[in-house]
Structures are given as structure tokens and as C-alpha cells.
Ligand binder design. Structure first.
Ligand code: HEM
Length: 145
């Protein structure tokens, strides 16, 4: 009984801290919280290198120009998070429709992105916001169901 009261109190304290930090950062766009375009570009450069090296999906990026893809991803994330960029590439359905992309491929890519964000010390709550922004794109990106 005591243990569960203590556990609940601890959970409440954590939840309160999270809500305080969410309030403190709510006046900033996600773009600003990510540190702006240069910081996003650094994560994306790292991401594309890791994508190419990944044993699960690396082959799909073998012919990809790393600089170009990192630039496209940077513009896409910059714009979607409220930054001053304009993504001018193909829409997600068109960009991926000729590829074989399964749910497992999609999940692998998300894991690689998390690794890149961790490597650049992106705070966990910001990572979750980025991932929740990308998650609905699975409908357009996954081609094999
Ligand atoms: C939320 C998930 C994803 C996002 C936001 C995303 C975003 C993008 C963007 C912005 C481009 C560039 C399109 C253009 O320049 O016109 C692209 C191209 C590409 N994507 Fe994705 N993608 C996602 C998932 C995946 C997955 C799961 C795979 C395969 C495992 C994949 C494979 C590729 C490949 C091979 C290209 C072509 C790169 C090249 O130009 O050679 N993508 N993606």
C-alpha cells in the first residue's frame, strides 16, 4: 500500500515536471526547439550516413546522393516544424511509390532517425514531437502492406 502511494507520488512528480517543461517551451516553435536549420541539417547529414550503412534498409539508399537527400529532409522538417523553409521535392506518395517499402522498413528508418537525434542530444520530448509529426506519413510511404 505504502509502496503504491509512493510510486504514484513519484509518477505525479514526473508528470508535473514534464508539464512544466512543456509550458516553458510552448512559446517556441518545434523548429526553434530543434535549434534551427543548421542543427536540423547536422542531424539529417548524420541520418543519411546511418541510413546508407543500415543492414535493413541501406541497400535502398545505395544510389542516393547523400547531400541532396539531407538537404531535402532538412527543408521538409524545417518547414513542417514552423521554420522559414520551403520543401520543393516530390510529395511523399510520389517520392516512394516505385519503391518496395514495408512497415518493417519504415520502423527501421524511424529507429535510425532516433539514433541520429540521440547522437545530437535532441531532448527526448522533442524527439517524440518530431516522430509524431512523421508517423502519419506511413500511409504514403509504405507501399507493401
Ligand atoms: C517518415 C518517413 C519518410 C520520410 C519523411 C521520407 C522523406 C523523403 C524525402 C523528403 C525524400 C526526397 C524526395 C525528393 O527529393 O523529391 C525521400 C526520398 C527517398 N526515400 Fe524517403 N522518407 C521516408 C521513409 C522512407 C523509407 C521507409 C524508405 C526506405 C526504406 C525511404 C527511401 C527513400 C529513397 C530510396 C529515396 C530516394 C532518394 C534518392 O533521391 O535517391 N524513405 N524520402
Amino acid at each position: 500500500m505504502m509502496k503504491s502511494i509512493r510510486t504514484n507520488a513519484a509518477a505525479l512528480a514526473v508528470a508535473m515536471c514534464l508539464s512544466v517543461s512543456a509550458q516553458a517551451s510552448s512559446d517556441k516553435t518545434l523548429y526553434e526547439q530543434l535549434g534551427g536549420k543548421e542543427s536540423i541539417r547536422m542531424v539529417m547529414d548524420d541520418f543519411v550516413v546511418r541510413l546508407k550503412a543500415d543492414p535493413r534498409i541501406g541497400d535502398q539508399f545505395a544510389a542516393t546522393n547523400a547531400d541532396r537527400l539531407a538537404s531535402q529532409l532538412t527543408d521538409q522538417v524545417c518547414e513542417a516544424t514552423g521554420g522559414p523553409c520551403k520543401y520543393v521535392g516530390a510529395d511523399m506518395k510520389t517520392a516512394h511509390e516505385d519503391m518496395v517499402i514495408t512497415k518493417a522498413h519504415f520502423n527501421a528508418l524511424v529507429e535510425v532517425l532516433q539514433t541520429s537525434m540521440n547522437a545530437h542530444s535532441v531532448p527526448f520530448d522533442i524527439q517524440l514531437e518530431v516522430l509524431s509529426m512523421l508517423a502519419p506519413m506511413h500511409r504514403d510511404v509504405i507501399t507493401v502492406r
